[in-house]
Design a protein around this ligand. Structure first.
Ligand code: BES
Ligand code: MN
Length: 849
């Protein structure tokens, strides 16, 4: 038997899982999981918010859309035991272990009433609020049911605040111990809400409005229902630890319930822990896994089944399905006739709370447990993976992203070329679902490019003026390194996981999430007949390996793709996690491999090491050392001379960013005074990185490797010319090596390169982008550049004679290319909204459509 005192110990003790043999054990992955920092004992879900009652006494409020933590409602000093929304969702009622009931206005989150009983009632396990009677009912540990009718003008003088639970002597702490001395009092909670609350908020229950011994046990649960006999009237049903269910008639004048006007239904000794109802049926979850089903109209027990191995702690009903949640962490789904439809492990520990809500056509089941989490489950009848008519809701975007992330579209590894093909063809089918033209453009032995084109319906006379926006993105990803020891992934990288308002998985941010947001944006415009221009998509599969084959393939299909007026992309990040940005510059990159080989095999350093031998690794270290000065300056001749000088106008853009960070530290460490210099070094000055040095042979410390290789890269900036930089780099290394007079062989190869890109932050595309970002995020975006590189951007600009604008969708903490890559749900949704507006509004400016 589970009781309240256990709850406090539950936090770290997951209950042993029940092993019940059932036929149907369908695996379920939660849509999202939210950590609440303590056991979740009550859940209520409104049309906008998820309310979670926690062990600590706070009610945490989350956005139902994005799972963002909106705020905490603070008004209890004991763990929350029940949450109830009024039918019209305008009020939230909370009860707790502190013997207080709070009523909150959901619109303002204001605590409108604090209700208490003059008696010592212990924990309040359940509450029910009748909008019709403006009355509140509570069921408590002291076996009483009490009520308060807000319609009554009960102006009895309050017994004085002394009767308030927080001012009363405590049953345990204030009793005199054996020696006659009181147990030391726990420190008074500094958030003593009584101090701060307004007199008018406090509501004391009239001692007459109490039914003592409503049950011969704790009153665990209650429900308000429509009466079956008296039309328009309500009845109260309560369940107790004594195993009985009571049906109480309510006097609609006074809201009173009377023992003599109650009926008792009893199914045995098992305590009634939870209840749910639909039509005249009452579904009760009992101790020891029992579930009993009553016909309330006929007041007869219809069935009693062993539903779980452990206590049934939650019961939820909708249409023809019933969900029960147990102390073993399992949820079971039942048909109306109580056939088991499925079961899944929802929590590591007890399931303490649940609720169900229909959200945009989906049935969502919310469960809370003592693993400190709320989990959100899609329990609607599962459709095929691809519903015929593609719905364009945010949920659809999420499930498509989950599917796209599941393909290991790692570029540059033949092992994954089939995944890449499937990823590409998934994108193609999404375009086609939206009615866009789509096919795969082959590349020379590389992953295909997905082409998509949305075309507005023909309007006579307009066709020739129609503009075309090209959206560029990539579906390939960096390897997740999930097989390497010590990887830090907290989720499976190719199973997208929703957690604490973020989506985790390889590629969610770079670049699958933003790509899908853009496709869905265009798709929704097409579906609503709101396209104002042609939107062409080029989604490639080789970006992470330097966009190999992209140029040639695009050139080959140039006439088919073009003409293009604007290029848009969405493949970078905000400067931090707060301020929305638009990006007007990227650095270029030169990736090179340096190899030094001797003509001898790997040798033993003791046997063969000698002052005569010229070791490749020593040559390598000496050669790489020539690339920079001791102070880290890049020493390639002519390298810095090509860097464009800064103008006052450019400097002003950095000053704006400094202003944004005048009141907070950038990345927690860089002060505003140093920020300009810091950002310029990352964005407008070049850099050099030595990624790794590898050696041949076994790597134990007695080997002279016969060869060494190094991977280096240079980030380049305006106006460094790619060809000049590569030539200067190679000739510099060869020349330096020549001065070593080493018998070893040096080989330098350029693996891939990317041009830098500098957009025009004053052009129409950036103006539209910035305006729309401000509309959607309600904050002016910062104009930023980036240190990273995207090879296709400058090429596309040149190839189509069009300018590019770049919308960074992710936050700085997205961890692209790293373990635990993620993207915030809100960023994904808002990016879609932004792109929808930009696709629609950019062509409208100055064009008569
Ligand atoms: N989205 C990134 C580029 C990026 C990174 C932009 C960081 C802004 C900030 C892109 O997918 C990428 O990883 N690019 C590579 C270049 C490529 C040639 C391998 C890069 O920057 O290293
Ligand atoms: Mn990348």
């Amino acid at each position: 038997m589970w009781n309240h005192s256990d709850l406090l110990l539950l936090n770290s003790s997951p209950a042993a899982s029940a092993s019940v043999a059932v036929v149907d054990t369908n695996e379920q992955t939660p849509l999202h999981r939210v950590h609440c920092g303590g056991s979740v004992l009550a859940i209520a879900v409104s049309s906008d918010h998820i309310y979670a009652g926690t062990q600590g006494g706070d009610i945490m409020v989350f956005s139902l859309d994005t799972y963002d933590h909106v705020r905490d409602l603070k008004g209890h000093s004991g763990c929350i035991l029940a949450l109830n929304l009024s039918q019209d969702e305008s009020l939230l009622v909370s009860s707790a272990g502190d013997a207080i009931i709070n009523i909150w206005r959901t619109k303002t989150f204001e605590n409108v009433h604090r209700i208490y009983s003059t008696f010592d009632i212990g924990d309040i396990f359940c509450v029910a609020y009748s909008s019709k009677l403006s009355s509140l009912y509570l069921g408590a540990q002291n076996t009483s049911i009490q009520w308060y009718d807000f319609r009554s003008t009960d102006k009895r003088p309050r017994a004085s605040l002394k009767s308030h639970p927080s001012r009363r002597s405590h049953r345990f702490f204030d009793s005199l111990g054996p020696g006659g001395s009181a147990t030391p009092q726990p420190p008074v909670d500094s958030s003593d809400v009584l101090e701060s609350c307004h007199e008018s908020q406090l509501v004391e229950i009239d001692p007459l409005n109490i039914v003592q011994y409503a049950h011969f046990g704790y009153v665990y649960c209650m429900l308000l229902l429509q009466s079956f006999t008296k039309e328009g009237e309500e009845i109260l049903v309560s369940g107790g630890g004594d195993g009985s269910i009571k049906i109480w008639e309510i006097d609609s004048e006074t809201s009173a319930i009377k023992p003599e006007k109650s009926k008792t239904l009893s199914s045995g000794d098992s305590g009634v822990l939870c209840m749910a109802t639909r039509d005249q049926f009452l579904y009760c979850g009992l101790t020891d896994g029992e579930i009993s089903i009553w016909d309330l109209d006929g007041q007869a027990l219809i069935r009693s089944i062993k539903g779980h191995q452990d206590d049934v702690l939650t019961m939820t009903v909708r249409d023809n399905c019933i969900w029960s949640g147990s102390a073993s962490g399992y949820v079971r789904k039942w048909s109306q006739r109580f056939e088991l439809l499925g079961r899944w492990k929802a929590h590591d520990g007890l399931i303490l709370a649940s609720d169900l809500k229909s959200v945009k056509g989906r049935d969502l089941y919310f469960s809370g447990g003592n693993d400190d989490c709320i989990s959100v489950w899609d329990v609607s009848c599962q459709e095929d993976d691809f519903p015929a008519a593609y719905r364009t809701t945010e949920d659809e975007l999420l499930s498509t992203l989950r599917k796209l992330v599941s393909y290991r579209t790692v570029a540059n590894d033949p092992k994954f070329s089939e995944d890449c093909r499937q990823g590409a063809s998934l994108l193609k089918s999404i375009f086609r679902q939206f009615g866009a033209q789509s096919f795969l453009i082959p590349t020379d032995n590389r992953n295909p490019i997905v082409f998509g084109r949305f075309t507005p319906p023909e309007t006579p006379g307009v066709e020739s003026k129609r503009q075309t926006i090209l959206f560029y993105g990539h579906y390939d990803v960096i390897s997740a390194g999930e097989d390497t020891p010590n990887n830090q992934w907290i989720t499976e990288p190719f199973e997208m996981t929703g957690m604490n308002s973020y989506l985790y998985g390889r590629g969610v941010s770079d670049n699958k999430g933003p790509v899908l947001a853009a496709i869905f944006a265009a798709g929704e415009l097409a579906q609503n007949n709101q396209l104002t221009c042609n939107i062409v998509f080029l989604i490639e599969g080789e970006e992470e390996s330097g966009s190999r084959g992209f140029k040639e393939a695009v050139q080959k299909y140039h006439d088919f793709i073009g003409p293009i007026d604007w290029i848009l992309l969405a493949n970078s990040y905000w400067l931090d996690d707060e301020a929305p940005c638009v990006t007007y510059g990227l650095r270029g990159v030169v990736h090179a491999s340096v190899e030094i080989q001797s003509d001898r095999p790997d040798l033993h350093s003791g046997v063969d090491g000698s002052r005569e031998s010229r070791e490749p690794v020593i040559d390598m270290v000496n050669l790489l050392a020539k690339l920079t000065s001791d102070g880290g300056k890049i020493m390639i001749p002519g390298f810095h001379e090509m860097v464009r000088a800064i103008t006052p106008a450019e400097e002003a853009m950095y000053t704006e960013i400094e202003n944004e960070f005048s009141s907070r530290l950038f990345r927690g460490s860089i002060t505003s005074g140093r920020l300009k210099e810091h950002l310029m070094s990352r964005w407008r000055y070049p850099s050099l990185t030595i990624h790794r040095v590898n050696v041949s042979g076994p790597t134990n410390a007695t080997i002279i490797p016969r060869s060494a290789s190094a991977a280096i890269s240079l980030r380049i900036v305006p106006d460094q010319k790619l060809s000049t930089v590569t030539e200067n780099l190679t000739s510099f290394l060869y020349n330096q090596f020549a001065t070593f007079s080493s018998p070893n062989q040096l080989k330098i190869s350029i693996d891939h390169v990317s041009e830098w890109w500098l957009g025009d932050p004053l052009n129409k595309a950036f103006k539209t982008l910035a305006r729309v970002v401000e509309e959607v995020w309600e904050k002016k975006p910062l104009f930023i550049r980036e240190g990273g590189s995207i090879p296709a951007v400058r090429f596309l600009e040149m190839e189509f004679g069009a300018s590019a604008a770049h919308l960074p969708c992710g936050q700085a903490s997205d961890a692209a290319h790293l373990d635990n890559e993620r993207m915030r749900v809100a960023n994904l949704y808002k990016s879609k909204t932004i792109m929808k507006k930009v696709f629609r509004e950019l062509p409208l400016e100055g064009v008569d459509v």
